[in-house]
Design a protein around this ligand. Structure first.
Ligand code: NDP
Length: 275
C-alpha cells in the first residue's frame, strides 16, 4: 500500500475504502472484507449514519489501532464551534475510538457562513490530540483562501469530487502550492459510463487491468488520495490491486481529455442542505 505524508508529517494510506451509501446492515461485512484485503483507511462521516458499524468492524479485526487510519466528517447541521465539538465527541463515541486520524468539515455551506468558526473547533481538537490531522471537504479555492487567512493550521486534505470528467486541475495546483493533499471522492464517477469510455477500455486491455483500475491508477499517479466505495467483495479486492502498473504521461493526458467539468454531486456553492 502506498502512503503519503501529510503536511504535519502524519502518514496516510493513499487508498482507502469509502462507505457513503453503505447501509448500516452492510457496513460491518464491507469494512471487514476491506480490512482482510489490505485496506487500512476507512472514510466515513457523521452524515453516513454507519459510524457505529464501522467501529464494530474495527474492533473485531486483529489490526493494531496505529495501523488503521480513520476519517470522519462534521455534517452541515453542526457548523459552529460548540456544535462541531459536540458532533466530534458523538462520532468518536460511535466509532468506539480514542482519537480520529483525520477530521474534515464535510461542506462549506455558504448560506450559513460558519465554516471558519467550525474550522477553529477542528484546530482545537487537533491541539488537544483528539485528531491527528484536520482538513476540509468540498472547498473551492476561495473557501481555502479564507481559512489560510483567518486560521492557524493549513488543512492537511481537501476531499473533493474528482474523476476524469472533473479533473480539478486548478484546485489541484492551488492545493499543491499550499501543501494540501487532494482526496478524490467518487473517484470512479460511481461506476457506469466512465468505465465504458474507449480510452479507459483500451488502456485496461493494454495493461490487463479493469477499467476501474485504470481510473484509480490515473488518480494515484497525480498523488491524489482515493477512497473508492464498493460493497462487492470482488470489487473491493479489484480496487486495491492497482499498484503493479504505471500509465505513461501520454496515457495520463489522454484520460485528462475526458474532462468536461461534469459533476455527479452538488456544486459546493449550492450545497446548503442541513438535514
Ligand atoms: P465511487 O466513485 O467510489 O463509486 C462507487 C460505485 O461504483 C458503487 O456503486 C460501486 O458499486 C461501484 N464500483 C466500485 N468499484 C467498482 C469496480 N471496480 N467496477 C465497477 N463498479 C465499481 O463513488 P462514491 O460516491 O461512493 O465515492 C467514494 C467515497 O467518497 C464515498 O464512499 C465517501 O466515502 C466519499 N464521498 C465523499 C463525499 C463528500 O462530500 N466528502 C461525497 C461523496 C462521496 P458496488 O458498491 O455495488 O460494488
Amino acid at each position: 500500500m502506498n502512503t503519503i505524508t501529510l503536511n504535519n508529517d502524519v502518514i496516510m494510506p493513499q487508498l482507502g475504502l469509502g462507505v457513503y451509501k453503505v447501509t448500516s446492515g452492510d457496513t460491518f461485512d464491507t469494512v471487514t472484507t476491506a480490512l482482510h484485503n489490505g485496506y487500512r483507511s476507512i472514510d466515513t462521516a457523521q452524515y453516513y449514519d454507519n459510524e457505529e458499524e464501522v467501529g464494530k468492524a474495527l474492533k473485531s479485526c486483529d489490526i493494531p489501532r496505529e495501523e488503521l487510519f480513520i476519517t470522519t466528517k462534521v455534517w452541515n447541521s453542526h457548523h459552529g464551534y460548540d456544535r462541531t465539538i459536540e458532533a466530534f465527541e458523538t462520532s468518536l463515541d460511535k466509532l468506539g475510538l480514542d482519537y480520529i486520524d483525520l477530521y474534515l468539515i464535510h461542506w462549506p455551506v455558504p448560506e450559513q457562513n460558519k465554516f471558519v468558526e467550525t474550522y477553529k473547533a477542528l484546530e482545537e481538537l487537533y491541539r488537544t490530540g483528539k485528531v491527528r490531522a484536520i482538513g476540509v471537504s468540498n472547498f473551492h479555492i476561495y473557501h481555502l483562501e479564507r481559512l489560510l487567512k483567518e486560521c492557524d493550521i493549513t488543512p492537511a486534505v481537501n476531499q473533493v469530487e474528482c474523476h476524469p470528467y472533473l479533473s480539478q486541475k486548478e484546485l489541484k495546483a492551488f492545493c499543491k502550492k499550499h501543501d494540501i493533499f487532494i482526496e478524490s471522492w467518487s473517484p470512479l464517477y460511481r461506476g457506469g459510463e466512465i468505465l465504458e469510455e474507449t480510452v479507459i477500455q483500451e488502456l485496461a486491455d493494454k495493461y490487463g487491468k479493469t477499467p476501474a483500475q485504470v481510473v484509480l491508477r490515473w488518480h494515484l499517479q497525480q498523488d491524489s488520495i482515493i477512497i473508492p466505495k464498493s460493497v462487492t467483495p470482488s470489487r473491493i479486492k479489484e480496487n486495491i490491486d492497482v499498484f503493479d502498473f504505471q500509465l505513461t504521461d501520454i496515457e495520463m493526458d489522454h484520460i485528462f481529455h475526458l474532462d468536461s467539468g461534469k459533476r455527479i454531486g452538488a456544486n459546493p456553492d449550492e450545497m446548503n442542505k442541513i438535514d
